[in-house]
Design a protein around this ligand. Structure first.
Ligand code: PGA
Length: 246
């Protein structure tokens, strides 16, 4: 269960979140918990997460190790800071910062080179879904952004299926719609990397996941976890998502 905080919260707010959140997920052993705050809050989040089972990730990285690249942060820096995860290719990055499949592949490889687990995002826009292009878009994103990985690299990534029309809109994909998309991704994974790698692949669903819809999504075939935006900002609601089985 991964929380994507996007461009929300200060270090002080990060501290308060963790103080409230930690006791609520203390007994949660059935899943990994990851929180991805904005860069300036990583230090606070890492300090707060020490000694707990909560992992901390970033929301983006650059593929170089270091250099004259103003405004960017490298996988090496994230690893040195103590991060263990990073989100790659979120639709907001694709949409507002023109990230391409090639960027996604480079960033994913850079993440893995520095020991970070990449959460690679894919998903179609509303107009693509409405014009029957969902499968084609998913295949294209898989082929361009993920298909170029070596098998040992592929084993170390997670994929998040996030239909763009469901992000921040309150319109969650139904469990059936999400399952169907996850099955397409798993089929592509099997074709490129083999059945075993495909069945070991964890595919997270993201797009308006809330405490009240989480259980039905998690019970659907092929859905292995969630990438949660808005509902991960509130400790009570993210804890309910983490503890969806109880
Ligand atoms: P949302 O965002 O849960 O607010 O829809 C999900 C995401 O963008 O990762």
């Amino acid at each position: 269960m991964a929380g994507n905080w996007k461009m929300y919260k200060t270090p002080a707010e990060t501290h308060s979140f963790f103080e409230e959140f930690k006791p609520l997920v203390d007994g949660a052993k059935h899943c990994e918990i990851v929180i991805c705050p904005p860069f300036p809050n990583l230090h606070t989040a890492l300090k707060e997460a020490r000694g707990t089972s909560i992992a901390v990730g970033a929301q983006n990285l650059y593929w170089g190790r270091e250099g004259a690249v103003t405004g960017e942060v490298s996988g090496h820096m994230l690893q040195s800071a103590g991060c263990t995860y990073v989100i790659v290719g979120h639709s907001e990055r694709r949409q507002y910062f023109n990230e391409t499949e090639e960027d996604v592949l480079r960033k994913t490889i850079a993440a893995l080179d520095y020991g970070l687990t990449a959460i690679v995002c894919v998903g179609e826009k509303l107009q693509e879904r409405e014009s029957g292009m969902t499968e084609g878009v998913l295949i294209q994103q898989f082929t361009g952004g993920i298909g170029g990985l070596a098998s040992d690299q592929f084993e170390k990534i997670l994929i998040a299926y996030e239909p763009v029309w469901a992000i921040g809109t309150g319109k969650t994909a139904t469990p059936a719609i999400a399952s169907e998309a996850h099955a397409i991704i798993r089929r592509e994974a099997a074709q490129r990397f083999g059945d075993l790698a495909a069945s070991n692949l964890r595919i997270l669903y993201g797009g308006s996941v809330k405490p009240d819809n989480c259980g039905s999504l998690m019970n659907a075939a092929d859905i292995d976890g969630a990438l949660v935006g808005g509902a991960s900002l509130d400790p009570q609601s993210f804890a309910k998502i983490v503890n969806y089985m109880s």
